[in-house]
Ligand binder design. Structure first.
Ligand SMILES: [Zn+2]
Length: 323
């Protein structure tokens, strides 16, 4: 689509300049030819005529300028960083569940730090893994709007009821263009869950987090550093659990050591697992493990590549680039 627009506009401008080549001749060997004293190019005048008479061209022109503005506004930064627009949908029964704007801003800031690799606890990454840490994944997040709705529901499940107004939830806002995040009061023992990129743009696409584990201030220990969202957004951007959801499973990332299963709490480094007869130190401090918020503080370079691939202009989540 973008390419076609570019071609169309280029064609208009090039045609204009070619057709005006005579008027652009500043010097001439033939004294009888018309001498142009000042350079003149009628491209804009020709374009104005085109836009005046052709509604479709006007629409194409507007689309081009919207695309330019999106880049200038920083949605896709010059270095390729994708700044994802976020819609937070809050379903609350109690005032505590009706999370404040500052708590929401806090969670967005945590996502930005964790995905930029600027989280303060990144200094704890063991030297063994510092060479393969993701650093800046070139993914950022910014809040576009918060939608709030009061509910009498005391407990939510993983059946996506919170994502539909007809089942007591809040309908997603343009899920192919916006990352929708739902906050609900209680999901029993579940901290949160996410859809993967194969669900891009569907009505239920996005991440759900239980209010006690969202943000930092007032959140419930030991899941009170906003890392539930970091983990779930990892899934949303195509990352699997680091143990591959199987004994010595495959997370489709080559630089994360194979591990026997999930880790919990605050493990002590180094921790060794044996898979296929080989014992090795595992990366339990990865956001895609199950450790406490304070014990997870890194993505790997391989995970960065996977997240970036779904956000390219041809990736499953390319819709998040332009809005
Ligand atoms: Zn998970």
């Amino acid at each position: 689509m973008k390419k076609n627009l570019f071609y169309l506009i280029s064609a208009v401008v090039l045609t204009a300049c070619n057709s005006s080549s005579e008027t652009e001749n500043i010097t001439s060997d033939d004294p009888s030819s018309t001498i142009v004293e000042r350079r003149s190019c009628p491209s804009e005048e020709i374009r104005a005529e085109l836009l005046k008479n052709d509604p479709a061209a006007r629409q194409r022109y507007a689309n081009v300028e919207v695309g330019v503005q999106n880049v200038l506004d920083g949605k896709v930064l010059a270095d390729g960083t994708v700044d994802i627009p976020v819609v937070v949908n809050v379903l609350y029964r109690t005032s505590a569940e009706n999370l404040s704007d500052s708590r929401i801003a806090e969670q967005i800031a945590i996502l930005n730090a964790d995905f930029a690799g600027t989280n303060t606890d990144a200094s704890k990454i063991p030297a063994e893994f510092s060479g393969i840490k993701a650093g800046d994944t070139k993914v950022r997040f910014h809040l576009v709007k918060t939608v709030r709705k009061s509910t009498a529901k005391t407990k939510w499940g993983t059946n996506d009821a919170m994502k539909k107004a007809s089942s007591g939830g809040i309908d997603a806002t343009s899920p192919s263009s916006y990352f929708n995040l739902w906050v609900v009061g209680n999901m029993g023992g579940i901290l949160g869950y996410a859809t993967f990129p194969e669900s891009a743009g569907l009505w239920n696409d996005g991440v759900v987090i239980a209010a006690p584990y969202f943000g930092k201030t007032g959140a419930t220990s030991p899941y009170n550093l906003g890392r539930t969202a970091t983990h779930e957004v990892g899934h949303y951007l195509n990352l699997r659990h680091i143990w591959g959801d199987a004994t010595c499973g495959n997370d489709l990332v080559s630089d994360t050591p194979t591990q026997t299963g999930a880790n919990y709490g605050k493990p002590t480094y180094p921790k060794y697992n044996t898979c296929s007869g080989t014992s090795r130190s595992i990366m339990f401090m990865n956001y895609m493990d199950y450790v406490d918020d304070a014990a997870m503080f890194m993505f790997s370079a391989g995970q960065k590549s996977r997240t970036q691939s779904v956000l390219t202009s041809t990736g499953a989540r390319s819709g998040l680039r332009v809005y």
